[in-house]
Design a protein around this ligand. Structure first.
Ligand code: GDP
Ligand code: MG
Length: 177
């Protein structure tokens, strides 16, 4: 192995989906670079970022894809979903509509992705508790019914972002290893 080259045992593609402005890009920035930007611009161009983590003494490279401002219904192309083994289905706890749209994002995801894909429902912006429009119970119930993992996160405060990704990556790891 060349000096400095890292040994990678697994590469897992994970896609972020959900309405515009729910915080997908900031969740990714938090996980990949431990950064957060208050006035983040809408994402332009297909983008992914990677971060390598160690699970059970193996190095796992997470390749996390972020939508390219294609958050309108059916605008995300099948290439985006191709090969994905994990998905983060993100809504904003202060925007009821972003939660109501989760069912159709899930339908679209299931229409395109592998049937064994590991899915985490993510209620982001948990730091804005005083503006909450989606009760935790509603999301829990939906996740349970659909067989999804569920967590509330704050990309701003770095709450649960790490746990959300590590849960999905570990579950994928347990399936493929
Ligand atoms: P995307 O369109 O889903 O990629 O959303 P962005 O990541 O661009 O975020 C949209 C807006 O929400 C930006 O102004 C972010 O600063 C803000 N935002 C993202 N995550 C959080 C969070 O956890 N808490 C708060 N208060 N704002 C957030
Ligand atoms: Mg974005």
């Amino acid at each position: 192995m060349a000096a400095g080259a890292e040994r990678i045992d697994f590469v897992f593609k994970v896609v972020l989906i959900g309405d515009a402005a729910v915080g997908k890009s900031q969740i990714l920035a938090r996980f990949a670079r431990n950064e957060f930007t208050i006035d983040s611009k809408a994402t332009i161009g297909v983008e992914f970022q990677t971060r390598t983590v160690v699970i059970d003494h193996k190095s796992v490279k997470a390749q996390i894809w972020d939508t390219a401002g294609q958050e309108r219904y059916r605008a995300v192309t099948s290439a985006y979903y191709r090969g994905a083994v994990g998905a983060m289905l993100v809504y904003d706890i202060t925007k009821r509509q972003s939660f109501d749209h989760i069912a159709r994002w899930l339908e679209e995801l299931r229409g395109h992705a592998d049937k064994n894909i590991v899915i985490m429902l993510v209620g982001n912006k948990s730091d804005l508790e005083e503006q909450r429009a989606v009760p935790v119970e509603d999301a829990k119930e939906f996740a349970q019914r659909e067989g999804l993992f569920f967590l509330e996160t704050s990309a701003l405060q770095a709450t649960n972002v790490e746990t959300a990704f590590l849960t999905v990556l570990t579950e994928i790891f347990n399936i493929v290893s």
